[in-house]
Design a protein around this ligand. Structure first.
Ligand code: HEC
Length: 92
């Protein structure tokens, strides 16, 4: 029973972090990527010549781009957005 409860709590926490990552990404990142890609922000992560090749590189890039976006995210927020992008697009 305890194990089930632990599993359930972990699932909730990870989907909360995922929702937070999605929301942070939408508020800080989509607009610029959209204008760079003719109105399709997802292309930044799905185009054939995308640059990011590993989870570590993705997390670094999220960190740099957060600076470019003028937001000051905590390492947890950078990680939440990295997890969201990885789950949604990159799948490392
Ligand atoms: C002011 C414009 C701007 C903002 C805001 C911005 N980006 Fe970017 N981003 C870029 C540009 C330009 C590139 C493409 C650089 C290239 O092609 O090498 C890029 C590329 C990326 C890539 C790499 C895509 C690939 O090639 O695989 C990631 C990941 C990324 N951005 C994440 C983010 C995140 C997360 C945010 C929000 C914190 C964000 N960006 C906000 C301009 C922006």
């Amino acid at each position: 029973m305890m194990r089930l409860l632990t599993l359930w709590v972990m699932l909730c926490v990870s989907s909360l972090a995922m929702a937070q990552g999605k929301q942070l990404h939408e508020s800080a990142c989509v607009q610029c990527h959209s204008s760079l890609n003719g109105g399709n922000p997802d292309l930044m992560y799905t185009k054939a010549d995308r640059k990011i090749g590993s989870f570590e590189a993705l997390e670094k890039r999220v960190g740099y781009c957060a600076v470019a976006a003028g937001v000051s995210w905590s390492p947890e927020q950078v990680r939440a957005v990295t997890d969201y992008l990885n789950q949604q697009f990159y799948r490392f």
